[in-house]
Unconditional design. Structure first.
Lengths: 710, 727
């Protein structure tokens, strides 16, 4: 078949690097290779080669056809975790010199599971990104209203920058208290720093927190600014090397990356820290894209991979933003598409306490090395993947299309010894029980995500993807009454796919304190509107400046103002998408309040409403996006409901609900739109296994999406 | 027909459960964990569902609050209870309250609320009475009953630490109060709402009697919304598992919690009696208080932890002194809460964290003592003062027992006392103000058995320590931070040192009407250090402030200003601030007015040390000096480590040879300085016989001996005193 590759999406995850290629007709193909953390470019090239192979193309023939390449990886995160970033010279408000050592007190248990959060003797502090030796406190203070309390001690800035440069700093990073209200002191310090550099004849990058992320909570803002100074450069170099590999093979455009807030951006973007996390975001963007195509507004996105089960919510076509997530044991004010994860994946380690006989499911994962017991790499502890092999769900001879032969006997032996015998159970019964337990945890997580936010599962469609999503979806959704359960046939590379569905989008955040008193009169509202417009104008000017540097023109850019709002006095705000581009009249404020009230009631329940307190806007956000070429969801003619004979691979015995049962086995690539697979069945793909239990059927629609129906 | 299970009243259910525990020794008389044995997977699944639901309720609700104490620091906890008030599952947060709310529910049952007050679906109860079931007045609880059909199937409780309680001083912890009537608003298990809505009259009372009622309002909304989220989740879970299974499960899971806890005690602790003493001083002499209260007092907190071979853990406090006319008293529920928060961090952190652990413990607090007052009007505003010193002694006892079993990695030698500073007057927006700066929730952790304690990262009453952001505290109070820094040398030295505490230097700003109150550790030691480790810095200038300063001029002229105290011998405060400087080591500062450009320095304490200081690895000394964690002089005098600052790199280096020599010399000196115990005993005995102890200390022992005869006898026997000896 003569086809032209148009879009390349890559997601370098913890274990595997997934590739998705999309041609001009919207057809897709998947490639996989092991992630190579020391040099992600190697895994990237291998995974691309693997995908192209499926379309009988080589890197030399396929890459020149690619117009858009979008990457999502962990290079920046790895730079942080391995502490291999730049030498940063840090200027902070005098009195904040110990901030990176003190870690706000709370970073010592970030990333811990429930038991260790309680077990305080396990809490440990993290090595700081910047040594105390290259941190300088600078006199000067701005108060919460933006007024100067203490002038900037400019002589201290001068001395500090000089000595830091002499000490070999590779960049200067500046973070002062309350610079989110007034950047004056940071700007003054930057000017002095540049003067010093000119005098010393050496120019270094200067990062100010008011430029990077002018949002309140200085501990998180300092983290963001330092991370940008510490890891942006090494990460850009890394991304450039990936881009160069593509260029060598004839790619002529620029590589783009996925950002935490759900847009894509050029790898040369000014704010690299926004791409610190992107993998789990891709799936949510992909779900929204498919949902739009199918007319679905409310979607629960579930991604089950080797290490975690990630859940995101799309409500009324939009996703929630977490303004202050924890990543790599840092608390950051990095707005991120809200993804809630639990340590439940196929790699989740299973243990039984020898004294209490209590079952421990993870949250640790076996990772890719040594991997599950069935990999044959002498893993000590069995994992969920072993249970999937023991019960017959995973075909040991067709893992990654047969590239990896799994050792089922070994898995049974170790699992029996470590788990089944201590529980006094038969290994098959125990393995099925473990799967049941992990699925139950996932169901619990889903339930809390939806009901905890005041929504009903009946209002939502569920999308299941990731390598293991299709395998466990039927059970983790059981009893939750979703409107529909969708399993895209490209589920194993859905996150990579999602990256290709995002708009090019920059996000600009600016904290402020804007009170809308209860019963505010029209003049007050006009004043508030004017002030908000003023901030929006500033953000717009900045967006225009950056986007025009990236060769976009104003008519291409779509602006969406967003206000973070709460009741007066509250410290947490909800993200309210403004129905107005600018605020023209007092009623515009009323309509923004109405959106807020509606959202608040949905999220926190009616009892928590407090309109009597009046309202407060704590942050103005501007989303500046440019529409991109996205994958077309190819529509295929519907065939008859019976799949073709060549799709059937015979029956397989699977231990299911306490007994061995025959499951019909099918090859996913041979299932055609319109075909319906009746459970009990297994639909196999080199990169995933889709389980259709008894009482269910899987119907493939015109877009090659399976609908799991009862 | 009662509202409990199978037509019983809650009173009948409570009595039945207590009788069964007494008769059989197991919770509800559960003999075997049959549900777990029959289908361990289903059993675990239900527990995970319940705990997941309660954790999710907390995560959602904390975003509603306006108080940085809740939103920034997570001082919020949700708990699921049985109809009798036994905890089944809990969220993270201030888990000290898991059992205090349990006591509140049981109190309502014993008061026959079922008939006299009525307990219906949609009712909202509130409690902050520590004599009934709370830790102190500032911890406010919401309790809601949950019905399944006609039966009360469960209670859900939520607690937040509020900013302000409407007491005689502004803030949540009034210090000028000497009895209940100055503590602030009390709600003793009061019904304040029906049909999921608060009574308007109750809301008006709160609005009219609290400074800054917006914090109160939103804290309450957060608690109630979280309870409602959990209530709906619970009903869904019961639908799924069946009500009979749920009921049996709750019985079994609490009994399993008891068994697991006993098992853990047997595994980790070595049987025996472990003893330690702690003290808390209350300096009220000269304070503007009635004469009955205006005197210096010391509270005695002798602790005996007994680890029994069958896994029962007992905490006894024979010899505790009498309650006082001061805010520093405790109550049974508060003491039980203190024990709860300690054992869940040390022993019962995984598995079934619930009231089963509580039933595997015994407690004995002498009636009439400060830990179990016999006067119903006693003040319970600052219970945490004596409570924290008590549990520092408990930590030492537990750590010795871990050591005896060989669990070095479990040892935690204690913690820094968290103290507090609270604000009153008018805020920067012109509104009445009352509130606590809860950055205190990040003191130093005591040294561990295998490593140093965490710096500025521990609060014993909340394992999720946090100091919050300066920018957020500046939004709430009329202050500008001049600095927030580690206090070098504040952690107790030892082979492993205690975590350091931190200073905040606060410039008063934006209001002419500011009143500060503070409280904290006083002149006596409570975190003594373990196995030769030093106590944390204590009397070292605990409270510093300055009125009428020259800072406005200083700033204008861009002269140096202080961002912390630094080395007390070369204090930055003294060096850079001219004005009426005040410095003392008293544990309480009664409400004191402040004005713009005045300065107040907070002192959040470090933790105690572990092991012999001269065994401290020298590479840790270098790291400490280079990070500003330690004072160079103490490295030599206490640790026996000789260091030198490199002139070029400005980094500290240890001179290994000189260090070895010095450490040998110290060992020799110790041999020369030591006296036989018998000699030391004789000298001390003379002091007792001659009654040369200070009056507050004599009064303390007088009370201990009068309240507790066994303790008095033991005291006389140990010191070989006459049978009729009294102070």
């Amino acid at each position: 078949m003569n086809r032209t590759v148009e879009i390349l999406g890559i997601d370098a995850g913890g274990t595997m690097t997934d590739t998705i290629l999309i041609d001009t007709d919207g057809d897709m193909v998947i490639g996989k290779a092991a992630t190579t953390p020391h040099d992600e470019a190697i895994g990237f090239v291998e995974s691309t080669r693997d995908a192209l192979q499926n379309w009988d193309k080589t890197l030399d023939s396929g890459v020149p056809e690619i117009k858009i390449a979008i990457y999502s990886g962990t290079a920046m995160l790895n730079t942080l975790i391995e502490r291999k970033g730049n030498r940063v010279g840090l200027l902070v408000t005098k009195g904040m010199e110990d901030y990176l050592l003190m870690e706000r007190g709370c970073q010592s248990y970030l990333g811990y599971h429930y038991a260790d959060r309680l077990h305080s003797v396990t809490h440990v502090s993290n090595p700081p990104l910047v040594s105390k030796k290259t941190i300088r406190g600078i006199g000067g203070r701005i108060d919460l209203f933006g007024q100067e309390v203490i002038p900037l001690y400019d002589h201290e800035v001068r001395q500090a920058v000089t000595s830091l440069m002499e000490d070999g700093a590779e960049s200067i990073c500046i973070c002062f208290v309350n610079s989110y209200v007034s950047p004056m002191h940071e700007q003054q310090a930057e000017t002095i720093a540049r003067e010093v550099m000119a005098e010393m004849g050496k120019e270094l990058p200067v990062y100010t927190s008011s430029n990077i992320q002018p949002v309140w909570r200085e501990a998180s803002r300092l983290n963001c600014t330092v991370i940008e100074a510490y890891a942006a450069d090494p990460s850009r170099k890394h991304l450039s090397s990936i881009e160069n590999r593509l260029r060598e093979k004839g790619f002529i455009n620029q590589l783009q990356i996925m950002t935490a807030h759900g847009g894509i951006s050029n790898i040369r973007t000014a704010q690299a820290f926004r791409s610190l996390i992107s993998g789990p975001i891709g799936g949510i963007i992909g779900s929204r894209h498919v949902g739009r195509h199918l007319g679905l507004n409310n979607i629960i996105c579930t991604d089950m991979g080797g290490t975690s089960f990630d859940v995101g919510l799309i409500t009324d076509g939009t996703f929630a933003i977490n303004p202050e997530p924890d990543l790599a044991r840092f608390r950051l004010n990095l707005p991120m598409v809200a993804v809630d994860s639990i340590g439940a994946g196929t790699g989740t380690i299973l243990k039984v306490d020898p004294i209490s006989k209590r079952i421990n499911l993870g949250p640790e994962s076996v990772g890719s090395s040594p991997g599950p017991v069935c990999y044959g790499n002498q893993a000590e502890n069995p994992s969920i993947c072993d249970c999937d092999v023991i019960t017959g769900i995973i075909n040991p001879d067709y893992y990654l299309g047969g590239a990896v032969r799994l050792e089922r006997k070994k898995a049974i032996q170790v699992f029996d010894e470590k788990v089944a015998k201590p529980l006094g159970l038969d290994p098959y019964e125990a393995a099925a029980g473990m799967i049941d337990l992990v699925e139950s945890q996932m169901r619990n997580h889903l339930y809390a995500m939806v009901l905890g936010r005041g929504f009903e599962t009946m209002e939502y469609y569920l999308f299941a993807y990731g390598g293991a999503g299709p395998m466990h979806a039927a059970n983790y959704c059981s009893g939750l009454n979703f409107r529909g359960i969708a399993v895209p046939s490209w589920a194993p590379a859905f996150s990579a796919y999602g990256c290709t569905c995002a708009d090019y989008m920059h996000r600009y955040d600016k904290s402020l304190l804007m009170v809308i008193p209860l019963g505010a009169d029209d003049d007050t509202k006009k004043g508030i509107g004017a002030a908000l417009n003023g901030v929006l104008d500033q953000l717009k000017a900045r967006a225009m400046e950056e986007l025009s540097e990236e060769a976009f023109t104003e008519d291409q850019i779509l602006f969406q103002p967003v206000f973070r709002m709460c009741y007066t006095g509250q410290l947490d705000a909800l993200e309210v998408r403004s129905p107005h581009l600018t605020i023209q009249k007092p009623e515009d404020i009323d309509s923004i309040i109405a959106v807020f009230e509606d959202l608040y009631e949905k999220v926190y329940a009616r009892a928590a409403k407090f309109s009597d307190a009046g309202y407060q806007i704590t942050e103005v956000v501007l989303l500046a996006s440019v529409e991109t070429t996205k994958p077309r969801l190819a529509e295929h003619p519907l065939e008859e409901s019976n799949p073709s004979k060549e799709a059937f691979k015979g029956n397989r015995q699977i231990y299911w609900q306490g007994q061995w049962k025959d499951f019909g086995t099918w090859e996913m690539d041979h299932i055609l739109p319109g075909n319906v697979i009746q459970g009990p069945a297994i639909v196999e793909h080199p990169a995933t296994t889709f389980v259709v239990p008894k009482g269910y059927q899987a119907r493939m629609d015109a877009y090659r999406i399976f609908w799991l129906e009862q | 027909m009662g509202i409990g299970w199978n037509g019983k009243t809650l009173g009948q259910m409570l009595k039945e459960s207590e009788d069964l525990l007494a008769e059989t020794g197991s919770c509800y008389g559960v003999k075997t964990l049959s549900l777990k044995q029959d289908d361990p997977l289903k059993y675990e699944r239900l527990f995970a569902r319940l705990r997941g639901g309660i954790v999710a309720a907390r995560e959602t609700a904390l975003h509603i609050s306006a108080s940085p104490i809740v939103r920034e620091l997570g001082e919020l906890c949700f708990v699921l209870y049985s109809p009798e008030g036994d905890c089944i599952a809990l969220s993270t947060g201030i888990i000290v309250h898991v059992h205090t709310m349990s006591e509140a529910i049981k109190w309502m049952i014993r008061q026959n609320y079922e008939e006299d007050v009525g307990i219906k679906e949609g009712d909202i109860f509130i409690n902050n009475d520590a004599l009934v079931g709370d830790a102190h007045t500032a911890d406010v609880q919401s309790l809601i009953p949950v019905y399944y059909g006609d039966e009360l199937i469960a209670w859900i409780g939520a607690v937040t630490h509020v900013m302000e309680i409407g007491g005689v001083d502004a803030g949540g912890i009034p210090m000028s109060t000497i009895n209940r009537f100055g503590d602030g608003l009390y709600f003793t298990c009061e019904k304040v709402g029906e049909d999921d809505r608060l009574f308007r009259t109750y809301q008006i009372r709160c609005e009219r009697n609290l400074r800054g009622a917006v914090h109160w309002n939103l804290d309450e909304k957060a608690r109630i919304a979280g309870c409602h989220i959990m209530r709906e989740a619970l009903k869904g879970i019961i639908d799924e598992f069946g009500v009979d299974y749920y009921k049996s499960f709750t019985r079994e899971t609490i009994e399993e919690g008891r068994l697991l806890f006993s098992g853990r005690v047997k595994e980790r602790l070595f049987p025996g009696r472990y003893r330690a003493a702690s003290f808390y001083d209350v300096p009220q002499k000269g304070a503007p208080l009635p004469s009955i209260a205006a005197k210096d007092m010391v509270l005695h907190a002798p602790v005996e932890v007994t680890v029994k071979p069958d896994g029962m853990l007992k905490l006894g406090m024979n010899g505790a002194s009498k309650w006082t006319y001061s805010p520093a008293n405790s109550s049974l529920p508060a003491m039980q809460g203190g024990l709860w928060v300690s054992i869940t961090q040390m022993l019962a952190y995984d598995g079934k964290v619930n009231d089963g652990a509580y039933y595997a413990t015994e407690q004995e607090y002498p009636f009439g003592s400060w830990a179990n007052p016999d006067w119903p009007y006693v003040s319970l505003s600052a219970t945490w003062g004596p409570l924290m010193v008590t549990f520092n002694a408990v930590y030492r006892c537990m750590s010795r027992s871990f050591f005896a079993r060989g669990y070095l990695e479990e040892i935690l030698s204690g913690y820094g006392h968290t103290g507090m500073i609270q604000w009153g007057g008018t805020d920067q927006y012109g509104n009445p103000m009352g509130g606590i700066n809860f950055e205190l929730c990040a003191s130093g952790m005591g040294a561990r058995g295998i490593m140093d304690g965490l710096d500025s990262g521990y609060a014993m009453w909340n394992p999720e320590s946090d100091m919050g952001n300066m920018e957020i505290w500046e939004l709430v109070f009329p202050q500008v931070y001049l600095g927030r820094r580690i206090i070098p040398g504040s952690g107790g030295l030892g082979k492993y040192r205690g975590g350091n505490g931190f200073h905040s230097v606060l410039l008063m700003w934006g209001s002419n009407d500011i009143e500060l109150t503070c409280a904290g550790p006083g002149k006596v030691f409570d975190n003594c250090g373990l196995f030769g480790g030093y106590p944390s810095a204590r009397v070292c200038r605990r409270k510093i402030f300055a009125h009428n300063t020259d800072l406005a001029e200083t700033f204008k002229e861009k002269r140096p200003y202080p961002s912390f105290e630094g080395d007390p011998k070369n204090s930055e405060i003294e060096a850079f601030v001219k004005g009426d400087l005040h410095c003392d080591d008293a544990s309480i500062m009664f409400p004191t007015p402040f004005h713009p450009h005045d300065v107040f320095v907070t002192f959040w304490q470090g933790g105690p040390g572990y092991g012999d200081p001269i065994e401290r690895p020298v590479e840790l000394v270098e790291k400490d000096l280079n990070n500003g964690y330690a004072l160079p002089e103490a490295m030599e005098t206490v640790l026996g480590v000789v260091t030198e600052k490199d002139r070029e790199t400005l980094e500290w280096k240890v001179d290994s040879r000189k260090t070895e020599d010095l450490r040998n010399r110290i060992r020799e000196q110790r041999g020369q300085k030591g006296v036989p115990v018998k000699e030391w005993w004789k000298t001390e005995r003379e002091r007792i016989l001659n009654k040369t102890l200070s009056e507050p200390v004599q009064q303390m022992y007088r009370e201990s001996m009068s309240i507790s005869q066994p303790w008095a006898e033991e005291f006389r026997t140990f010191w070989e005193l006459p049978d009729d000896f009294e102070f």
